[in-house]
Write a protein that binds this ligand. Structure first.
Ligand SMILES: Nc1ncnc2c1ncn2[C@@H]1O[C@H](COP(=O)(O)OP(=O)(O)O)[C@@H](O)[C@H]1O
Ligand SMILES: [Mg+2]
Length: 240
């Protein structure tokens, strides 16, 4: 198995806050990797570092065998990194179809209309193509974000809390979809609090707590790790 993404010793400071401290993370090709941890752990910050939103304070990111430290968001997108957002960021006044079409056009696909239709079908929301994004349920809006992220034909798909706002059935369907994407050769890195989803679909799981990677490994290893239970899973069980 070869690495598609390698995050090496990444530290991100915001003033006095250390959001990430010497974080290492490897995502192998053709896998689904989970990134979990309590709120404020640094998960979204790590996504921003991977996408090139801002350079880290120190450390490096390699993607597809290339050091991308100096590449910006658009350059990394063109290389095959695509993401969704924790807080949905759709074009709310455009239609579902147009939201995906814009992304396919930006990626300079020869046939953006076909790509848009294909991805709406793949996500099972083609019947909503003419609806305005603002009219969608949270579940459909989350799926639309994934469809839009896929319209750039990424090698690596970063999903930031894709099951947030979904009911149990929708989360299960999302899990099946992630496995389908993996089977189609798309590598996935997913931040998610839904432990049934994470433990059910991920090949590897990384755990962050206050910017520190406290554990990583197979889901069954992480699930029973005392530090993870103390920092995160204990609280999850307590909440439910
Ligand atoms: N742009 C920013 N400026 C200052 N502090 C930030 C910024 N982004 C994130 N942080 C801080 O970094 C820490 C990690 O946040 P975040 O990555 O959003 O965590 P998570 O996604 O795991 O909930 C938090 O303490 C947060 O307040
Ligand atoms: Mg976050």
């Amino acid at each position: 198995m070869t690495a598609l993404l390698e995050v090496h010793a990444v530290t991100q400071q915001f003033g006095g806050v250390t959001a990430l401290a010497q974080v290492n993370l490897t995502v192998n090709r053709g896998t689904i990797t989970g990134l979990i941890g309590p709120n404020g752990a640094g998960k979204t910050t790590l996504f921003n570092v991977i996408c090139g939103v801002r350079p880290p304070t120190s450390g490096s990111v390699r993607f597809d065998g290339v050091e991308v430290n100096n590449a910006g968001v658009h350059e990394r997108s063109a290389m095959g990194i695509s993401r969704t957002f924790q807080r949905l960021e759709l074009f709310w006044t455009l239609t579902v179809y147009e939201n995906v079409l814009v992304a396919a056009e930006l990626a300079s696909h020869p046939n953006p209309a076909e790509i848009a239709r294909h991805n709406l079908e793949l996500l099972g929301i083609d019947h909503l193509a003419d609806a305005t994004a603002g009219e969608l349920s949270t579940g459909s809006a989350r799926l639309l974000e994934v469809a839009r992220a896929l319209a750039t034909s990424p090698k690596l798909l970063l999903l930031d809390e894709p099951a947030s706002g979904l009911d149990e059935r929708e989360s299960e369907q999302l899990g099946e979809l992630l496995k389908q994407l993996r089977d189609r050769g798309i590598t996935v890195l997913v931040v998610e609090h839904d432990m049934t989803l994470v433990m059910g679909v991920c090949d590897e799981v990384y755990v962050l707590d206050l910017g520190v990677n406290i554990a990583s490994g197979k889901p069954e290893h992480v699930r029973t790790h005392p530090d993870v239970i103390r920092a995160y899973l204990g609280a999850q069980v307590g909440e439910s």
